[in-house]
Design a protein around this ligand. Structure first.
Ligand SMILES: NC(=O)c1ccc[n+]([C@@H]2O[C@H](COP(=O)([O-])OP(=O)(O)OC[C@H]3O[C@@H](n4cnc5c(N)ncnc54)[C@H](O)[C@@H]3O)[C@@H](O)[C@H]2O)c1
Length: 256
């Protein structure tokens, strides 16, 4: 029996930053299944290359590009390499991000503040600058991963919250600037998602934080990365053709 393949992203080229793990990784797999060629851009070379091998082994098209979103030259090279290889860029999922060990604002330290803002906010900006230039002639869809921490405060996470509020402001402003060129730009706001960021050996999330978030959600559970990937897919595809400058909450009802 031949399974019917859905092809929402047929002939599209997508970049996914933070594509080697968690939400980015599962989104890369879904985009490939839907017909896209996917550039997995991440600092994690081993995991990124393994994912590319897996995708190619299943007949999909992907390649890995090393990227530190804090490095402007890496971001420029990512878009150049993508255009050289595929000749176009249709979708950019700016999703790389870090969390920080919770601390009171006064105890956080300027170094940690700068690091979190640099990766989570300036990193999105660095990528967008080059993505926008590449998309200007034919339009496209940019999806920036913010968080429900971009919508309200979280005690102990002021740097993370500030960075994600910033992503939403950046998303809305750029959407207003580039709508006339056919570039749609939206923000994705996950609640708690089961990924290495929240549950891995190097996670700064405590069991208490996870329990609190689960109890806070109307659905009384955390999200699977696939549930975020489905929203990213809709935003990436032409199904969301009249949607721009908006934020999409996928949080099991936590902010309700
Ligand atoms: N997991 C959650 O509960 C949750 C909730 C809200 C928002 N988010 C956001 O979702 C996004 C993805 O998170 P995740 O949970 O999949 O995390 P994850 O840790 O599983 O994946 C993040 C990926 O980003 C990469 N990365 C980190 N710094 C980078 C840099 N400087 N340059 C390039 N790549 C870099 C990592 O190598 C990793 O592969 C992040 O922006 C995060 O803030 C996650």
């Amino acid at each position: 029996m031949t399974l019917l393949q859905s092809t929402l992203l047929q002939d599209k080229v997508a970049i996914i930053t933070g594509g080697a793990s968690g939400i980015g990784r599962v989104t890369a797999e879904l985009f490939v299944k839907e017909g896209a060629s996917v550039v997995i851009a991440d600092m994690a070379r081993k995991e990124g290359n393994e994912l590319v091998e897996q995708i190619k082994g299943q007949g999909g098209e992907a390649f890995f590009q090393y990227l530190d979103v804090c490095n402007e030259r890496d971001c420029a090279a990512l878009i150049d390499t993508t255009l050289q290889r595929y000749g176009q860029l249709d979708i950019a999922f700016n999703n790389a991000g870090i969390f920080a060990t919770p601390a009171l604002t006064e105890d956080q330290g300027l170094g940690l503040w700068r690091r979190v803002l640099d990766v989570n906010l300036t990193g999105v900006f660095n990528c967008m600058v080059h993505e926008l230039r590449a998309m200007k002639s034919r339009g496209g869809s940019i999806i920036n991963t913010a968080s429900i921490a971009g919508l309200s405060g979280t005690p102990g996470s002021s740097a993370y919250c500030a960075s994600k509020h910033g992503v939403i402001g950046l998303t809305k402003s750029a959407a207003l600037e580039y709508g006339k060129q056919g570039i749609r730009i939206n923000a994705l706001c996950p609640g708690l998602v089961a990924t290495p960021m929240t549950q891995g050996p190097e996670s700064s999330f405590s069991n208490r934080m996870i329990d609190m978030a689960v109890n806070n959600a109307a659905l009384r559970r955390q999200a699977e990365p696939e549930e975020l990937a489905q929203m990213a897919l809709w935003l990436a595809s032409d199904k969301s053709s009249y949607v721009t400058g908006a934020q999409f909450v996928v949080d099991g009802g936590a902010t309700a």
